[in-house]
Design a protein around this ligand. Structure first.
Ligand code: GDP
Ligand code: IMO
Ligand code: MG
Length: 422
Protein backbone atom coordinates (compact mmCIF):
# COMPACT_ATOMS: atom_id res chain seq x y z
CA UNK A 1 0.00 0.00 0.00
CA UNK A 2 1.37 3.45 -0.97
CA UNK A 3 0.78 6.15 1.61
CA UNK A 4 0.95 9.92 1.94
CA UNK A 5 1.89 11.39 5.34
CA UNK A 6 0.48 14.88 5.63
CA UNK A 7 0.32 17.57 8.32
CA UNK A 8 -3.22 18.56 9.28
CA UNK A 9 -2.47 21.70 11.29
CA UNK A 10 0.20 24.44 10.97
CA UNK A 11 3.18 22.10 10.68
CA UNK A 12 5.28 20.36 13.35
CA UNK A 13 2.61 17.74 13.93
CA UNK A 14 5.19 14.96 14.21
CA UNK A 15 5.26 13.92 10.54
CA UNK A 16 8.97 13.06 10.68
CA UNK A 17 8.42 10.62 13.51
CA UNK A 18 5.54 8.88 11.70
CA UNK A 19 7.49 8.72 8.41
CA UNK A 20 10.48 7.22 10.24
CA UNK A 21 8.19 4.67 11.91
CA UNK A 22 6.55 3.64 8.62
CA UNK A 23 9.85 3.53 6.72
CA UNK A 24 10.55 0.09 8.18
CA UNK A 25 7.69 -1.32 6.07
CA UNK A 26 8.33 0.89 3.00
CA UNK A 27 10.88 0.86 0.17
CA UNK A 28 10.95 4.39 -1.21
CA UNK A 29 10.42 7.63 0.76
CA UNK A 30 9.64 10.75 -1.24
CA UNK A 31 9.56 14.47 -0.38
CA UNK A 32 7.49 16.41 -2.91
CA UNK A 33 7.35 20.03 -1.73
CA UNK A 34 8.77 22.66 0.60
CA UNK A 35 12.44 23.10 1.33
CA UNK A 36 14.61 23.46 4.40
CA UNK A 37 11.88 25.51 6.07
CA UNK A 38 10.82 22.06 7.29
CA UNK A 39 12.28 20.67 10.50
CA UNK A 40 11.45 17.05 11.21
CA UNK A 41 12.69 15.61 14.49
CA UNK A 42 13.17 11.89 14.79
CA UNK A 43 14.40 10.14 17.93
CA UNK A 44 15.60 6.64 17.20
CA UNK A 45 17.29 4.40 19.76
CA UNK A 46 17.92 7.41 21.98
CA UNK A 47 19.61 9.56 19.30
CA UNK A 48 17.95 12.75 18.07
CA UNK A 49 18.13 13.65 14.39
CA UNK A 50 16.75 16.86 12.87
CA UNK A 51 16.00 16.66 9.15
CA UNK A 52 15.17 19.61 6.90
CA UNK A 53 15.51 18.56 3.25
CA UNK A 54 16.45 14.92 3.69
CA UNK A 55 13.44 12.60 3.82
CA UNK A 56 12.97 11.07 7.27
CA UNK A 57 13.51 7.61 5.78
CA UNK A 58 17.23 8.40 5.53
CA UNK A 59 17.92 6.92 8.98
CA UNK A 60 17.19 3.38 7.76
CA UNK A 61 19.53 1.23 5.65
CA UNK A 62 18.48 -0.19 2.30
CA UNK A 63 15.75 2.38 1.65
CA UNK A 64 15.65 4.78 -1.28
CA UNK A 65 15.00 8.43 -0.36
CA UNK A 66 13.93 10.83 -3.07
CA UNK A 67 13.89 14.63 -3.09
CA UNK A 68 11.28 15.18 -5.77
CA UNK A 69 10.81 17.82 -8.46
CA UNK A 70 8.42 19.89 -6.32
CA UNK A 71 10.99 20.60 -3.61
CA UNK A 72 13.09 23.79 -3.57
CA UNK A 73 16.68 22.91 -2.71
CA UNK A 74 19.23 25.16 -1.06
CA UNK A 75 22.39 23.28 -2.14
CA UNK A 76 24.52 24.89 0.58
CA UNK A 77 21.96 24.05 3.29
CA UNK A 78 21.52 20.50 1.99
CA UNK A 79 25.24 19.79 2.05
CA UNK A 80 25.49 21.13 5.62
CA UNK A 81 22.58 18.89 6.60
CA UNK A 82 24.16 15.84 4.94
CA UNK A 83 27.42 16.52 6.78
CA UNK A 84 25.61 16.81 10.11
CA UNK A 85 23.67 13.58 9.63
CA UNK A 86 26.80 11.77 8.40
CA UNK A 87 28.61 12.97 11.54
CA UNK A 88 25.86 11.18 13.49
CA UNK A 89 26.86 7.93 11.81
CA UNK A 90 24.31 7.74 8.97
CA UNK A 91 25.92 7.30 5.55
CA UNK A 92 24.32 9.17 2.68
CA UNK A 93 25.27 7.45 -0.57
CA UNK A 94 23.89 7.90 -4.11
CA UNK A 95 21.98 4.60 -3.87
CA UNK A 96 20.21 5.91 -0.75
CA UNK A 97 19.46 9.50 -1.74
CA UNK A 98 18.27 10.60 -5.19
CA UNK A 99 17.69 14.25 -6.05
CA UNK A 100 15.39 15.32 -8.87
CA UNK A 101 17.01 17.19 -11.74
CA UNK A 102 13.76 19.17 -12.04
CA UNK A 103 13.81 20.55 -8.48
CA UNK A 104 14.36 24.30 -8.22
CA UNK A 105 17.39 25.87 -6.56
CA UNK A 106 17.25 28.23 -3.58
CA UNK A 107 20.11 30.72 -3.97
CA UNK A 108 21.69 32.71 -1.12
CA UNK A 109 20.00 35.82 -2.57
CA UNK A 110 16.57 34.20 -2.12
CA UNK A 111 17.18 34.00 1.63
CA UNK A 112 18.10 37.65 1.79
CA UNK A 113 15.10 38.60 -0.37
CA UNK A 114 12.94 36.65 2.08
CA UNK A 115 14.30 38.90 4.86
CA UNK A 116 13.72 42.02 2.72
CA UNK A 117 10.10 41.08 2.11
CA UNK A 118 9.55 40.50 5.82
CA UNK A 119 11.12 43.87 6.62
CA UNK A 120 8.82 45.54 4.08
CA UNK A 121 5.74 43.95 5.68
CA UNK A 122 6.61 45.37 9.11
CA UNK A 123 4.02 44.27 11.69
CA UNK A 124 2.18 42.35 8.96
CA UNK A 125 5.18 40.07 8.43
CA UNK A 126 4.53 36.36 7.79
CA UNK A 127 7.15 35.21 10.30
CA UNK A 128 8.88 33.05 7.67
CA UNK A 129 11.77 30.74 8.43
CA UNK A 130 13.94 33.01 6.23
CA UNK A 131 15.10 30.04 4.20
CA UNK A 132 14.27 31.80 0.90
CA UNK A 133 11.28 29.57 0.22
CA UNK A 134 8.84 32.26 -0.98
CA UNK A 135 11.30 34.00 -3.35
CA UNK A 136 12.51 30.67 -4.80
CA UNK A 137 8.97 29.45 -5.52
CA UNK A 138 8.12 32.93 -6.86
CA UNK A 139 10.95 32.60 -9.40
CA UNK A 140 9.70 29.12 -10.31
CA UNK A 141 6.16 30.37 -10.98
CA UNK A 142 7.53 33.47 -12.66
CA UNK A 143 9.43 31.13 -15.01
CA UNK A 144 12.81 32.60 -14.19
CA UNK A 145 13.98 29.98 -11.66
CA UNK A 146 17.11 27.88 -11.81
CA UNK A 147 16.69 24.09 -11.72
CA UNK A 148 19.11 21.44 -10.54
CA UNK A 149 19.53 20.26 -14.16
CA UNK A 150 20.61 23.79 -15.11
CA UNK A 151 23.58 23.50 -12.74
CA UNK A 152 24.96 20.81 -15.05
CA UNK A 153 25.44 23.61 -17.62
CA UNK A 154 27.86 25.89 -15.81
CA UNK A 155 28.00 28.61 -18.42
CA UNK A 156 24.23 29.00 -18.51
CA UNK A 157 24.02 28.93 -14.70
CA UNK A 158 26.70 31.59 -14.32
CA UNK A 159 24.72 33.91 -16.60
CA UNK A 160 21.50 33.22 -14.71
CA UNK A 161 23.02 33.74 -11.27
CA UNK A 162 24.69 36.96 -12.39
CA UNK A 163 21.38 38.30 -13.69
CA UNK A 164 19.51 37.24 -10.53
CA UNK A 165 22.12 38.72 -8.20
CA UNK A 166 22.03 42.07 -10.05
CA UNK A 167 18.23 42.21 -9.78
CA UNK A 168 18.25 41.17 -6.14
CA UNK A 169 20.91 43.69 -5.14
CA UNK A 170 18.67 46.56 -6.24
CA UNK A 171 16.00 45.40 -3.80
CA UNK A 172 18.42 44.54 -1.00
CA UNK A 173 20.12 47.93 -1.14
CA UNK A 174 16.78 49.56 -0.27
CA UNK A 175 16.64 47.62 2.99
CA UNK A 176 20.32 47.93 3.89
CA UNK A 177 20.66 44.17 3.57
CA UNK A 178 23.64 42.14 2.36
CA UNK A 179 24.68 42.92 -1.20
CA UNK A 180 25.92 39.88 -3.11
CA UNK A 181 28.81 39.40 -5.52
CA UNK A 182 27.82 37.08 -8.37
CA UNK A 183 31.19 35.29 -8.53
CA UNK A 184 31.05 34.51 -4.80
CA UNK A 185 27.51 33.14 -5.11
CA UNK A 186 28.56 31.00 -8.07
CA UNK A 187 31.56 29.65 -6.17
CA UNK A 188 29.45 28.85 -3.08
CA UNK A 189 26.71 27.11 -5.06
CA UNK A 190 29.18 25.03 -7.11
CA UNK A 191 31.21 24.02 -4.09
CA UNK A 192 28.03 22.53 -2.59
CA UNK A 193 26.85 21.16 -5.92
CA UNK A 194 29.94 18.92 -6.26
CA UNK A 195 28.85 16.98 -3.17
CA UNK A 196 25.32 16.61 -4.59
CA UNK A 197 26.20 15.79 -8.21
CA UNK A 198 26.34 11.96 -7.80
CA UNK A 199 22.82 12.01 -6.33
CA UNK A 200 21.13 13.80 -9.23
CA UNK A 201 18.83 11.84 -11.50
CA UNK A 202 15.66 11.97 -13.50
CA UNK A 203 13.62 10.68 -10.56
CA UNK A 204 10.36 10.29 -12.48
CA UNK A 205 11.15 7.06 -14.41
CA UNK A 206 12.91 5.69 -11.31
CA UNK A 207 9.79 6.26 -9.21
CA UNK A 208 7.55 4.75 -11.88
CA UNK A 209 9.78 1.66 -12.08
CA UNK A 210 9.58 1.27 -8.31
CA UNK A 211 5.80 1.65 -8.43
CA UNK A 212 5.40 -0.85 -11.27
CA UNK A 213 7.70 -3.32 -9.47
CA UNK A 214 5.30 -3.24 -6.51
CA UNK A 215 7.63 -1.40 -4.12
CA UNK A 216 5.96 0.34 -1.18
CA UNK A 217 6.03 4.12 -1.57
CA UNK A 218 5.81 6.57 1.32
CA UNK A 219 5.30 10.28 0.64
CA UNK A 220 6.53 12.66 3.32
CA UNK A 221 4.63 15.95 3.50
CA UNK A 222 6.27 19.05 4.91
CA UNK A 223 4.47 21.93 6.70
CA UNK A 224 0.73 21.45 7.21
CA UNK A 225 -2.68 21.93 5.61
CA UNK A 226 -3.29 25.38 7.14
CA UNK A 227 0.04 26.54 5.69
CA UNK A 228 -0.98 25.41 2.17
CA UNK A 229 -0.83 28.19 -0.42
CA UNK A 230 -4.45 27.41 -1.47
CA UNK A 231 -6.11 25.98 1.64
CA UNK A 232 -4.23 27.72 4.42
CA UNK A 233 -4.67 30.94 6.35
CA UNK A 234 -3.57 33.06 3.37
CA UNK A 235 -1.37 35.13 3.33
CA UNK A 236 0.09 33.60 6.49
CA UNK A 237 1.07 30.42 4.68
CA UNK A 238 4.09 28.89 2.97
CA UNK A 239 4.56 28.97 -0.80
CA UNK A 240 3.77 25.37 -1.77
CA UNK A 241 0.86 22.93 -1.81
CA UNK A 242 1.42 21.15 1.46
CA UNK A 243 -1.71 19.03 1.01
CA UNK A 244 -2.02 15.53 -0.48
CA UNK A 245 -2.06 16.71 -4.11
CA UNK A 246 1.42 18.15 -3.65
CA UNK A 247 2.75 14.59 -3.34
CA UNK A 248 1.73 13.90 -6.95
CA UNK A 249 2.75 17.19 -8.55
CA UNK A 250 5.96 17.10 -6.53
CA UNK A 251 7.02 13.60 -7.59
CA UNK A 252 5.49 12.81 -10.98
CA UNK A 253 3.58 9.87 -9.52
CA UNK A 254 -0.14 9.96 -10.30
CA UNK A 255 -3.05 9.89 -7.78
CA UNK A 256 -3.79 6.31 -8.90
CA UNK A 257 -0.47 5.23 -7.33
CA UNK A 258 -1.71 6.10 -3.84
CA UNK A 259 -4.10 4.14 -1.64
CA UNK A 260 -3.89 5.77 1.76
CA UNK A 261 -3.46 9.19 3.35
CA UNK A 262 -2.37 9.39 6.98
CA UNK A 263 -3.09 12.81 8.45
CA UNK A 264 -0.83 13.74 11.35
CA UNK A 265 -2.04 16.07 14.09
CA UNK A 266 -1.04 16.85 17.63
CA UNK A 267 -3.52 16.17 20.44
CA UNK A 268 -3.55 19.95 20.79
CA UNK A 269 -2.63 22.72 18.27
CA UNK A 270 0.57 24.68 17.70
CA UNK A 271 1.63 27.42 15.34
CA UNK A 272 4.93 29.21 14.77
CA UNK A 273 5.07 32.47 12.82
CA UNK A 274 2.27 35.01 12.38
CA UNK A 275 -1.36 34.58 11.40
CA UNK A 276 -4.72 33.61 12.87
CA UNK A 277 -4.89 30.96 15.59
CA UNK A 278 -8.37 30.95 17.17
CA UNK A 279 -7.73 28.32 19.88
CA UNK A 280 -4.38 29.78 21.01
CA UNK A 281 -4.21 29.61 24.80
CA UNK A 282 -1.65 31.41 26.90
CA UNK A 283 -2.01 29.03 29.83
CA UNK A 284 -1.44 25.94 27.69
CA UNK A 285 1.50 27.62 25.91
CA UNK A 286 3.17 28.46 29.21
CA UNK A 287 2.51 24.98 30.54
CA UNK A 288 4.01 23.19 27.50
CA UNK A 289 6.99 25.56 27.24
CA UNK A 290 7.56 24.96 30.96
CA UNK A 291 7.92 21.25 30.15
CA UNK A 292 10.60 22.20 27.57
CA UNK A 293 8.25 21.35 24.72
CA UNK A 294 7.22 23.21 21.57
CA UNK A 295 10.33 25.03 20.44
CA UNK A 296 10.82 25.01 16.64
CA UNK A 297 13.35 22.58 15.14
CA UNK A 298 14.38 24.97 12.31
CA UNK A 299 14.48 28.36 14.03
CA UNK A 300 14.27 27.54 17.76
CA UNK A 301 11.29 29.91 18.10
CA UNK A 302 8.71 29.00 20.78
CA UNK A 303 5.53 27.74 19.13
CA UNK A 304 2.21 29.21 20.17
CA UNK A 305 0.05 26.47 21.70
CA UNK A 306 -3.70 26.07 21.93
CA UNK A 307 -6.57 23.61 22.24
CA UNK A 308 -7.41 20.97 19.70
CA UNK A 309 -9.25 22.61 16.81
CA UNK A 310 -11.53 20.21 14.94
CA UNK A 311 -12.74 22.94 12.56
CA UNK A 312 -9.25 22.84 11.06
CA UNK A 313 -8.98 19.07 11.27
CA UNK A 314 -12.37 18.48 9.62
CA UNK A 315 -11.33 20.71 6.72
CA UNK A 316 -7.89 19.10 6.53
CA UNK A 317 -9.42 15.59 6.46
CA UNK A 318 -11.66 16.75 3.59
CA UNK A 319 -9.06 18.33 1.34
CA UNK A 320 -6.49 15.59 1.89
CA UNK A 321 -8.87 12.62 1.75
CA UNK A 322 -7.48 11.36 5.05
CA UNK A 323 -8.00 7.61 5.53
CA UNK A 324 -6.39 7.45 8.99
CA UNK A 325 -5.25 9.85 11.69
CA UNK A 326 -1.93 9.79 13.54
CA UNK A 327 -2.44 11.74 16.76
CA UNK A 328 0.90 12.64 18.33
CA UNK A 329 1.91 14.26 21.61
CA UNK A 330 -1.00 12.78 23.52
CA UNK A 331 1.43 12.63 26.47
CA UNK A 332 1.67 16.43 26.40
CA UNK A 333 -1.78 16.58 27.98
CA UNK A 334 -1.09 13.88 30.61
CA UNK A 335 -1.34 16.20 33.61
CA UNK A 336 -4.16 18.49 32.53
CA UNK A 337 -7.35 18.44 34.61
CA UNK A 338 -9.86 19.53 31.94
CA UNK A 339 -9.35 19.62 28.19
CA UNK A 340 -11.12 21.77 25.61
CA UNK A 341 -11.97 20.73 22.07
CA UNK A 342 -13.04 23.39 19.58
CA UNK A 343 -16.02 22.09 17.59
CA UNK A 344 -16.98 25.22 15.62
CA UNK A 345 -16.16 28.89 15.00
CA UNK A 346 -18.65 31.53 16.03
CA UNK A 347 -18.32 34.31 13.47
CA UNK A 348 -20.73 37.21 14.07
CA UNK A 349 -23.23 34.93 15.85
CA UNK A 350 -23.23 32.06 13.33
CA UNK A 351 -21.38 28.84 14.15
CA UNK A 352 -19.27 27.49 11.29
CA UNK A 353 -18.04 23.91 10.93
CA UNK A 354 -15.35 24.80 8.39
CA UNK A 355 -12.75 27.59 8.31
CA UNK A 356 -13.52 30.83 6.42
CA UNK A 357 -11.70 32.07 3.31
CA UNK A 358 -12.01 35.75 4.26
CA UNK A 359 -8.88 36.86 6.13
CA UNK A 360 -10.85 39.36 8.24
CA UNK A 361 -13.39 36.71 9.30
CA UNK A 362 -10.52 34.70 10.82
CA UNK A 363 -9.86 37.55 13.24
CA UNK A 364 -13.49 37.49 14.42
CA UNK A 365 -13.70 33.68 14.75
CA UNK A 366 -14.44 32.72 18.36
CA UNK A 367 -13.93 29.04 19.15
CA UNK A 368 -16.92 27.09 20.45
CA UNK A 369 -15.60 24.57 22.98
CA UNK A 370 -16.71 21.40 24.60
CA UNK A 371 -14.90 20.18 27.72
CA UNK A 372 -13.62 16.70 28.35
CA UNK A 373 -12.01 15.35 31.51
CA UNK A 374 -8.23 14.86 31.42
CA UNK A 375 -6.67 11.49 32.30
CA UNK A 376 -4.15 12.79 34.84
CA UNK A 377 -1.73 9.92 34.35
CA UNK A 378 1.48 9.12 32.52
CA UNK A 379 0.91 7.60 29.07
CA UNK A 380 4.56 7.53 27.97
CA UNK A 381 5.08 3.87 28.91
CA UNK A 382 1.99 2.62 27.11
CA UNK A 383 2.98 0.17 24.38
CA UNK A 384 -0.54 -0.68 23.20
CA UNK A 385 -3.57 1.49 22.47
CA UNK A 386 -5.63 -0.59 24.91
CA UNK A 387 -3.32 0.48 27.77
CA UNK A 388 -4.24 4.15 27.40
CA UNK A 389 -6.42 5.56 30.21
CA UNK A 390 -10.17 5.50 29.49
CA UNK A 391 -10.36 9.33 29.34
CA UNK A 392 -7.54 9.45 26.77
CA UNK A 393 -9.36 6.92 24.61
CA UNK A 394 -12.57 8.94 24.98
CA UNK A 395 -10.72 12.13 23.94
CA UNK A 396 -9.29 10.39 20.85
CA UNK A 397 -12.60 8.86 19.93
CA UNK A 398 -14.32 12.27 20.14
CA UNK A 399 -11.55 13.77 18.00
CA UNK A 400 -12.07 11.04 15.41
CA UNK A 401 -15.85 11.50 15.46
CA UNK A 402 -15.60 15.28 14.99
CA UNK A 403 -13.17 14.94 12.05
CA UNK A 404 -14.81 11.98 10.37
CA UNK A 405 -11.65 9.86 10.13
CA UNK A 406 -10.49 6.81 12.12
CA UNK A 407 -7.43 6.87 14.39
CA UNK A 408 -4.56 4.80 12.96
CA UNK A 409 -1.60 5.77 15.21
CA UNK A 410 -1.12 7.44 18.57
CA UNK A 411 2.12 9.07 19.78
CA UNK A 412 2.91 8.99 23.50
CA UNK A 413 6.51 10.23 23.33
CA UNK A 414 9.11 11.44 20.83
CA UNK A 415 10.91 8.11 20.44
CA UNK A 416 10.33 5.86 17.45
CA UNK A 417 9.20 3.19 19.91
CA UNK A 418 6.56 5.44 21.50
CA UNK A 419 4.15 4.95 18.59
CA UNK A 420 0.98 2.94 19.16
CA UNK A 421 -0.78 1.24 16.26
CA UNK A 422 -4.57 1.26 16.54
P1 GDP B 1 7.23 17.61 11.99
O1 GDP B 1 7.76 18.88 11.43
O2 GDP B 1 5.80 17.39 11.66
O3 GDP B 1 8.07 16.40 11.64
O4 GDP B 1 7.29 17.77 13.56
P2 GDP B 1 8.54 18.36 14.42
O5 GDP B 1 9.54 17.28 14.50
O6 GDP B 1 8.95 19.67 13.93
O7 GDP B 1 7.81 18.64 15.79
C1 GDP B 1 7.21 17.63 16.51
C2 GDP B 1 7.89 17.57 17.89
O8 GDP B 1 7.18 16.67 18.70
C3 GDP B 1 9.30 17.03 17.84
O9 GDP B 1 10.03 17.61 18.88
C4 GDP B 1 9.12 15.54 18.06
O10 GDP B 1 10.25 14.91 18.61
C5 GDP B 1 8.00 15.56 19.03
N1 GDP B 1 7.08 14.41 19.01
C6 GDP B 1 6.53 13.79 17.95
N2 GDP B 1 5.60 12.90 18.37
C7 GDP B 1 5.60 13.00 19.72
C8 GDP B 1 4.83 12.37 20.76
O11 GDP B 1 3.95 11.56 20.50
N3 GDP B 1 5.10 12.76 22.04
C9 GDP B 1 6.08 13.67 22.35
N4 GDP B 1 6.30 13.95 23.62
N5 GDP B 1 6.78 14.28 21.40
C10 GDP B 1 6.54 13.95 20.11
P1 IMO C 1 7.46 21.32 9.17
O1 IMO C 1 7.68 20.48 7.91
C1 IMO C 1 5.91 24.88 11.07
C2 IMO C 1 5.75 28.52 8.66
C3 IMO C 1 6.63 29.67 9.08
C4 IMO C 1 5.78 30.83 8.62
C5 IMO C 1 5.18 30.32 7.32
C6 IMO C 1 5.93 30.75 6.08
O2 IMO C 1 8.57 21.20 10.15
O3 IMO C 1 6.12 21.04 9.73
P2 IMO C 1 8.24 29.99 5.01
O4 IMO C 1 9.63 29.99 5.57
O5 IMO C 1 7.77 28.63 4.59
O6 IMO C 1 8.03 31.00 3.92
O7 IMO C 1 7.31 30.49 6.23
O8 IMO C 1 5.20 28.90 7.40
N1 IMO C 1 6.44 27.23 8.44
C7 IMO C 1 6.38 26.20 9.28
N2 IMO C 1 5.80 26.09 10.49
N3 IMO C 1 6.51 23.80 10.52
C8 IMO C 1 7.07 23.90 9.29
O9 IMO C 1 7.56 22.83 8.64
C9 IMO C 1 7.06 25.14 8.63
N4 IMO C 1 7.54 25.57 7.45
C10 IMO C 1 7.15 26.85 7.33
O10 IMO C 1 6.83 29.67 10.47
O11 IMO C 1 4.72 31.02 9.52
MG1 MG D 1 8.74 20.61 12.08
Amino acid sequence: MNTIIIGLQWGDEGKGKIVDYLTESSDVIIRGQGGNNAGHTVIAKGTKYVLHLLPSGILWDNKINVIGNGVVIDPVGLVQEIQKIEAQGISITPDKLIISDRAHVVLPVHKELDAAREAALGDQKIGTTRRGIGPAYADKINRCGLRISDLLDREFTEQQITRRVTEANEVLARYNLTIFKADEVIAEVYSAFERLRPHIANTIPELHSAWKAGKTLLFEGAQGTLLDIDFGTYPFVTSSNTTAGGSCTGSGLPPTAIQSVIGVCKAYTTRVGSGPFPTCDEGLSEYLHGLGREFGATTGRPRGCGWLDTVLLRFACMVNGVTGLAVTNVDGLDEYETLQICTGYDIDGTVHQLPPADRKAWDRAKPVYESLPGWKSDTTDCTKYEQLPAQAKAYLSRLSELCGAPIAFVGVGPDRAQTLVV
